[in-house]
Design a protein around this ligand. Structure first.
Ligand SMILES: Nc1ncnc2c1ncn2[C@@H]1O[C@H](COP(=O)(O)OP(=O)(O)OP(=O)(O)O)[C@@H](O)[C@H]1O
Length: 285
């Protein structure tokens, strides 16, 4: 497995407080995967993201991009921020111009893209995010879900190799969440590594193919969703919940589960139950 980004032994405290936000953080982002970064409130996920784009600089330890230590020179940071895109949890922190079209094209202009390409690339990304009809609306008239899509479009238009999303599904309704996940799958299929910080263990279990868990400024678990969520006691002791599907799966008698892999989606679970009519009886449905 190769790693696109790594944090090695990082310590970091915010200037305003004495408390350490990151303490000896070792965290590796495997290339080409869909990664869920889990951890309770205050475990350091956003602080790690801010290190990943060089906004925060570690007090000790170092960040590596494809095995090379970060350089914090202005032009190297500009290059890094074209390769690593961060979508903030709150779109208000990200959107600075007054319409989606202006905001998305601003990033391209800033990155020195020729003016002739800007309108084409902006129109293309707005269309792929289903934002064309909103392109010239005032941003402050958009819903939160729409603003989140504009913020994502503004990052995607720069075609980063690594996409970091801080709680992208928070406050989205089910349809908007599904639309976002479909978009992320499409982007991932084109070769982008995608990391999503989330509190939603059901989503982490169903969506990710790699899971990282942070606790009090360190990374305490890494592995496939099956490996990580099999450690039920540790998950619960870290203040996280077991994915509902796994919880239900464990309620199915052992003799019915036999060697079957735990289902990742409700559909897969339903299929399994239909194949095992006895289980329906057990669940008394
Ligand atoms: N701007 C800041 N100033 C001072 N302390 C901060 C600041 N931002 C975060 N912290 C502290 O750093 C620690 C890590 O916070 P961080 O936001 O990185 O956690 P998180 O895992 O992203 O949390 P959440 O799930 O709530 O978004 C917390 O103790 C938090 O109080």
């Amino acid at each position: 497995m190769s790693f696109i980004l790594e944090a090695r032994d990082i310590n970091y405290s915010y200037p305003a407080t004495d408390a350490q936000a990151l303490r000896g953080l070792n965290l590796r982002i495997p290339s080409g995967k869909k990664i869920a970064l889990c951890g309770h409130n205050g475990s350091g996920k956003s602080t790690f993201f801010l290190h990943a784009i060089g906004i925060h600089r570690p007090a000790a330890g170092g960040m590596l991009w494809k095995g090379e230590p970060f350089s914090y020179r202005q032009d190297d940071l500009r290059t890094l921020r074209r390769q690593v895109g961060l979508v903030f949890q709150d779109p208000e922190q990200q959107l600075i111009l007054s319409t989606p079209y202006e905001d998305v094209s601003y990033g391209l202009r800033n990155a020195g893209v020729p003016e002739s390409d800007i309108s084409l690339r902006t129109a293309h990304i707005l269309a792929s995010m289903q934002l064309t009809s909103l392109a010239d609306k005032p941003i402050h008239h958009l819903s939160l879900g729409q603003k989140k899509r504009v913020a994502l479009a503004g990052v995607l238009v720069l075609a980063p190799e690594l996409l970091l999303l801080d709680e992208p599904t928070a406050y989205l309704d089910r349809a908007s969440e599904q639309q976002l996940l479909a978009e992320l799958d499409r982007i991932h299929a084109q070769g982008m590594t995608v990391v999503m910080a989330t509190h939603d263990m059901n989503l982490a279990y169903a969506w990710a193919d790699w899971v990282l868990v942070m606790d009090r400024g360190t990374c305490v678990m890494e592995g496939t969703p099956a490996e990580v969520f099999a450690q039920e006691e540790t998950i619960v002791s870290l203040g996280l919940e077991l994915p509902l599907l796994l919880d239900l799966w464990q309620a199915v008698p052992e003799r019915l589960r036999r060697d079957a892999a735990p289902p990742r989606t409700a559909e897969a679970f339903k299929r399994f139950l239909l194949e095992q009519r006895e289980a329906w009886e057990f669940l008394n449905i």
